[in-house]
Design a protein around this ligand. Sequence first.
Ligand code: BES
Ligand code: MN
Ligand code: ZN
Length: 509
Amino acid sequence: MKTELVYSNLAGLAVELLAVVVADGQTAKGAEARPEPVLLTTDPAIKAAAEAVLATGEFKAAANETLLIHAPAGLAAKRLLLVGIGKLAKATAIHTRAAAGTAVRFCKPRAIRDLAFALPTQLAAEATARAATEGALLADFDPDTYRSDRKDQSVYACKLIASATDKTAVEAGYAEGLIFAEAQNFARVQVNEPPNVLTPTVLGQRAAAMAQSIGLKWDVYSSEKLHELKMGAFWAVAKGSEEPPALIVLTYEPEGYDPATYSGPVLGLVGKGITFDTGGISIKPADGMEKMKYDMAGSAAMLGAMCAIGQLKPKVKVICVVCSAENMPDGKAYKPGDIVTSMPDGEKPGKSVEIINTDAEGRLVLADGLTYARQLGCTHLIDAATLTGACVVALGMVNAGAFSNDEETFARFDRAQQRTGEKFWRLPLGEEYFDQIKSDIADIKNTGGRWGGAVTAAEFLKVFVADTPWIHLDIAGMAWIEDSRPYIAKGPSGVAVRTIAEWVRNFEA
Ligand code: BES
Ligand code: MN
Ligand code: ZN
């Protein structure tokens, strides 16, 4: 789908479908409460075309509700689509993002190829333009890459119609929207790939190609480098597969960066990249195992965020470390009872880890990834991982889990999530939870029993961040959407890409 920003009046647009946003302006409470649809456009031609149907009261302007008017009188467009965004008083860019998505997804199954979306004129211009651009591009994504009939559903062109009085703000918002949405879709493409296509090696190649295309520095290493760095935890997971692991490092340096004089923060983005998680010797049940191709969604989120950062060009250095492997049962696979040693931390030796369950592999690869990121000079860390089923039990598929050892660093993240509309819920850490992962024969063990599984996993990671300010995101429940919504397809969500990129930008100030 090709998007385009257009300054024009709405009546003259000769498109197959013109979408306009309608809010519910109702303010009365109790018995008097009736929806009062308010068109979020000042164009008199739209008012005239929609007046009669709005007067019937059959359209309530609820969020993502749609009503289609064929051959609207006085408009050059073949169809006029009304898209609801709910209560006017509560309407924000988040609702506009969904409305633009709803319009695109309305067109797809109906083979409507050419669409115009009128940016709601009553909301803040920059945020609205960005949100609508994101919504349209995110909605265009479908996971049916491998279906031979997929072309039947493509929307070819989406024009975003803005008012010329807001030109500067609208253009800035549009440019950012393109960057954020394309970065998130990059992540979704990777998560969607089948595990026979997207091996650790291929993930490395795709990361390198992306980095090359936007001018990031990159390195992709494999088994030898893991041995050289003594990454015993990462290697324990990787060695049970015929597919070699990939240690992917991308670096973004701000304009004019000079290592001798740079004194700003160095942000470390660490991602879990298990391209398929069978559980290993502690093998998972067959039911639903095919979904474990998305166990690399944390790394896709980090690569997507780097894709956005490379184009947004914030004045802060960022290093991304992805630990990618396949978790397989094999003659060479690690076993419950094994004791493995993580990467040394400078002068300090690595930690000995007693393996209780080979299905708790994500924390092992991240342990070495976090240590390595610190060794590369990171002053602040954030990791993303589809880490625990326990986090899905705790928060469902509405919020991802977030953990942090530092209030200021988390406050920046909180501001970022308010801007992007993504939802993360902070969960606690604490010594009592750490007690659950103490081992009788090693420094720690890799599982902490049944209770508080998301927290004991986070406590495990915390061992490897030492005193570095750090955020851990458990996206297990959010990386794959189970049901299609009007504005987004079921399948890979690309969760966390935009919020992580926004968090990075927060360090500029
Ligand atoms: N990749 C899984 C977690 C997961 C579960 C992701 C559901 C997405 C959806 C992870 O590697 C895992 O298997 N975790 C175990 C840990 C347990 C053995 C301590 C789990 O959550 O059951
Ligand atoms: Mn697992
Ligand atoms: Zn896993």
